[in-house]
Design a protein around this ligand. Structure first.
Ligand code: TRP
Length: 354
């Protein structure tokens, strides 16, 4: 099926999926995560983090992978990896992801049995499936890599191991994750058919967030290296300075027009998410105030919305032992689950020699 068609199918299934989740949260297990490439920004927050907290509050068991091996697909390893992993843990805890509520935060590099699942998984897919993955193709094109590493081609199968090691059936994520989820479903189906009498692996569903895409303050993609992102860890002053430099236009009357005035619309969108109003309402309230009032409104809204999260983050950052404890606890839990799954797979494949 083409990517477009499968995306539309996922979109169509989403409302019913939400219904099922609300009706019986206990039937679901979430696995999601990201590459540790730096601190998380408000785009991550409104795009996924807030939704994860919501799922956690519904009582859904949640595993979150800090995908450190996957981070090697587009950058090297080194001392900054440690900093990045620690930053991501702080961001998670600050927004309310909570090991006390059963959320496990772990990283690839410490879960050997998860990584070993990659081998049987690779045995049931073929090279052309890996080669035609549109997300991988985009990433190769974007990073302008001259040669493509074996890890780059195989990381979607590794991601399937992230999801299936704990037999998660729900993966919150964006459209770019869809090819990986489809591969995961194929792997689950093929292993079930080949090696198990009763289905062992679920075929996970992609749960799309309904948050609109937030752009950077210059209208480009919000990214950490572009100096256009408001981070969860940014101070109120840094936020004000960044927003002052945001791109707008010279029309004094503020209107919400995503097509005609994309930069202004994006600022209105962020303000509207923080203020829990529609972007149109925020625009009406600013009226003829122009870019100046728009920026003042946005600065106030962002700083107010993130005040507590930021305070919590700096309090946590003052005690590095917290990060280590959370990771250790998450890794221990993930290791126990991964060992059980790998044992079951080896058993099913006839590799239980003693
Ligand atoms: N591919 C995801 C990203 O680049 C990160 C990721 C790794 C992930 N493993 C995952 C997401 C499993 C969802 C489920 O952001």
């Amino acid at each position: 099926m083409s990517e477009n068609r499968s995306f539309r199918a996922v979109q169509e299934r989403n409302p019913a999926l939400w219904e099922k989740i609300r009706a019986s949260p206990k039937d679901f297990r979430v696995l999601t995560g990201e590459r540790p490439t730096g601190r998380l920004h408000i785009g991550h927050y409104f795009g996924t983090l807030r939704n994860r907290v919501h799922l956690q509050e519904m009582g859904i068991e949640t595993f979150i992978v800090i995908a450190d091996y996957q981070a090697l697909t587009d950058r090297g390893a080194g001392p900054e990896l440690r900093r990045n992993v620690h930053d991501v843990v702080l961001d998670y805890l600050a927004v309310g992801l909570d090991p006390g509520a059963g959320t496990r935060i772990f990283c690839h590099s410490h879960i050997p049995d998860l990584n070993q699942l990659l081998l049987p998984f690779l045995s049931v897919i073929n090279v052309s499936e890996l080669q035609r993955n549109p997300t991988v193709k985009d990433e190769i094109a974007q990073t302008g890599q001259k040669t493509v590493s074996g890890l780059m081609f195989t990381y979607p199968a590794h991601q399937a191991a992230d999801i299936l090691f704990c037999r998660a059936n729900l993966v919150p994520g964006g459209r770019d994750q869809l090819p990986h989820i489809e591969l995961t479903r194929s792997i689950a189906r093929r292993l079930n058919e080949r090696y198990f009498e009763e289905p062992f692996f679920p075929e996970p569903e992609l749960l799309l967030s309904n948050a609109p895409l937030i752009l950077g303050l210059d209208g480009r993609k919000m990214g950490k290296s572009l100096n256009n992102a408001i981070f969860l860890a940014s101070t109120a002053d840094e936020t004000a300075t960044l927003i002052k430099k945001a791109k707008t236009d010279s029309d004094r009357t503020i209107t919400y027009d995503p097509e005609g005035r994309p930069e202004v619309a994006n600022l209105l969108l962020v303000a509207s998410l923080c203020l829990d109003k529609t972007p149109e309402t925020v625009a009406d309230e600013i009226g003829d105030g122009g870019a100046k009032v728009l920026k003042a409104t946005l600065t106030e809204a962002v700083n107010e919305y993130f005040r507590e999260i930021r305070a919590k983050r700096s309090a946590l950052a003052a005690d590095p032992a917290v990060i280590v404890d959370v990771l250790r606890e998450g890794n221990d839990a993930a290791n126990a689950v991964a060992t059980r799954t790998l044992d079951a797979v080896r058993g099913a494949m006839g590799m239980d020699y003693y």
